[in-house]
Design a protein around this ligand. Structure first.
Ligand code: 13P
Length: 327
């Protein structure tokens, strides 16, 4: 969404204060040019997503969970999607209607043929699925899906006119050896190979950064760590597609996201949403995550209103919602 009224208004209201000092923001190595482009011109609609994995056990429980979750959707909700086991997709679609997008947790790259147990992109499309996950770390490790296989999945989805969330992320060992950026670069470049700028511009690709060490462990990456890697990912995407297009891609964070951690994460300028595992299995928890509170604290309000506004681009981005509500 480039240079919309929404973001132009935001620029007018706070943009002038952003023209200096962004390099002092956090520990992230960023050029002032990049920082201004992201915060003044672009606004990415938050995307909150849940991954039910191999849960719940029965169709009845799936109906009950979806019924609880959909109650939390309001006209002001962000984009919301649930990735659910294949047998529940159509039932859950019926429960949530058009309030929540129901996606699949994986796809078989082949379109048809002798691939026992497979589920193809055309099959998913025929039952109204739009979004599909690819490259989740559990499938990379447990099912030994390679970057090449994941790329084939992405290409099959795009060819079928579906949309993909490509999941990437490093292991604990890689993180401790300062390899998060390098691992994400490889997984992004290999996973997205052959996907055109036009597809990205159409909003049909999102990225989920899910550090393996934070998945199901209760160890959520701090907002600063997550922002740092998200920023690096956007730089890699800029190298691949150009800065303008990189600024349009939504990059979600996943890994032990909870009602307690979501607000801090979503305040960061390059964190555009969440991919939630365990907490998406509770209507109450996921409802709170959907309704995350990006409100500016009193302290941040003072910063934005004062001389040091340029130091808080994340705050400025989230202020867009408030500015919009003035009209
Ligand atoms: P948890 O939120 O349970 O850590 O799972 C994250 C995840 O893998 C989402 O895809």
């Amino acid at each position: 969404m480039k240079l919309s009224l929404y973001s132009t208004v935001l620029s007018i209201v706070v943009g002038s204060t952003l023209a200096f000092a962004p390099s002092s923001f956090s520990t992230i190595s960023s050029s002032p040019q990049h920082r201004n482009v992201q915060t003044e011109i672009y606004e990415r609609k938050p995307f909150i997503t849940g991954n039910w994995k191999l849960n719940p056990s029965t169709k009845g429980e799936a109906i009950q969970l979806a019924t609880e979750i959909v109650k939390s959707i309001t006209p002001d909700s962000p984009d919301v999607a649930l990735f659910v086991p294949f047998p529940f997709i159509e039932t859950v679609q019926t429960v949530v209607g058009d309030k929540i997008t129901i996606g699949a947790e994986m796809v078989t790259p082949e379109m048809n043929g002798a691939f026992t147990g497979g589920t193809s992109a055309p099959m998913l499309k025929s039952i109204g699925v739009q979004w599909v996950l690819a490259g989740h770390s559990e499938r990379r490790t447990i099912n030994q899906e390679s970057d090449e296989y994941i790329n084939a999945q992405c290409l099959a989805l795009i060819e079928t006119d579906l949309s993909v969330i490509l999941c990437i992320g490093e292991t604990l060992n890689e993180f401790e050896n300062d390899l998060a950026g390098a691992i994400c670069a490889v997984q992004l470049k290999k996973g997205l190979q052959g996907i055109s700028k036009e597809v990205i511009q159409a909003g049909r690709v999102a990225i989920a950064y899910e550090p393996v060490w934070a998945i199901g462990t209760g160890k959520v990456a701090t907002p600063e760590i997550a922002q740092d890697v998200h920023f690096k990912c956007r730089e890699i995407l800029a190298d691949m597609y150009g800065q303008d297009i990189a600024d349009e891609i939504r990059i979600l964070y996943g890994g032990s996201v909870s009602p307690d951690s979501v607000d801090g994460l979503l305040m960061k300028p390059d964190i555009d949403g969440a991919l939630v595992g365990g907490a998406s299995l509770s209507g109450e928890s996921f409802g709170r995550i959907i309704n995350f509170q990006p409100e500016v604290s009193q302290e941040q309000d003072a910063v934005v209103g004062g001389d040091e506004a340029g130091k808080k681009p994340g705050v400025v981005k989230r202020l867009a919602k408030k500015v919009k509500s003035l009209f």
